[in-house]
Design a protein around this ligand. Structure first.
Ligand code: DX5
Ligand code: ZN
Length: 208
């Protein structure tokens, strides 16, 4: 059983509400927030997330690719985030981020860039409900999946048996079986879902 989280980054930004309708059957909507510092790209901010909140029933899985997410935790929570994920490589102290996300009432997520090892996660990892294993360098959609990071899934499961493990980057019909075999619980898929002729069918195929 694997959950599918289409990534809004690959949708047509000129008609986001319409694009979300195409993926209403998904388990959650993955929303990438990029600050132009942590990654060289800028995507959308809290105002857009808030504008989409009442357009869909989908759970909002918000992935913060930000150098300093701390001042924005409550902002994204108010905008409608259900899960808030920060990068272990960012500048803010993880303990403070975990406690801010918990205090906001959102689920706590932590993402690891491809080169980051599981040992970078301290004791605070016990309070994390979802780990995102990045299988591309964060910043852009449409990249080819790196397979090496998939090894981290079992390491994370061994240390944090109650957390869900999400794979983000380059998921498509070819690579999804590898992620599932490696133990993934959630597959983020941007390009493969939103560029598909039939996004709902693509999601069903990815989940099988
Ligand atoms: C990359 C983002 C991903 C991206 C995935 O920095 O975190 O969520 O949208 O896009 P695809 O599925 O096209 O690799
Ligand atoms: Zn993402």
């Amino acid at each position: 059983m694997v959950y599918i989280a289409p990534s809004l980054l690959a949708a047509d930004f000129s008609q986001l509400a319409k694009e979300i309708e195409k993926v209403e059957a998904a388990d959650m909507l993955h929303i990438d927030i990029m600050d132009g510092h942590f990654v060289p790209n800028i995507s959308i901010g809290p105002a857009v997330v808030a504008a989409l909140r009442d357009k869909t029933q989908l759970v909002f899985d918000v992935h913060l690719m930000m150098e300093d997410p701390l001042p924005y935790i409550s902002v994204f929570r108010r905008a409608g985030a259900d899960t808030i994920t920060f990068h272990v490589e960012c500048q803010a102290p993880p303990v403070a981020l975990v406690s801010a996300i918990r205090a906001s009432g959102a689920k706590v997520g932590v993402a690891l860039s491809p080169q980051t090892q599981v040992k970078a996660i301290g004791q605070w990892g016990e309070d994390v409900q979802q780990f995102t294993v990045m299988t591309v360098e964060p910043g852009f959609g449409g990249q080819k999946m790196l397979l090496k990071p998939l090894e981290k899934i079992l390491q994370l499961k061994a240390r944090f048996p109650n957390a869900l493990i999400e794979v983000d980057g380059g998921v498509n019909l070819e690579t999804a079986p590898l992620c599932k075999a490696a133990g993934a619980d959630i597959l983020v898929a941007g390009t493969s879902v939103f560029q598909a002729e039939d996004p709902a069918l693509e999601m069903r195929c990815l989940s099988m």
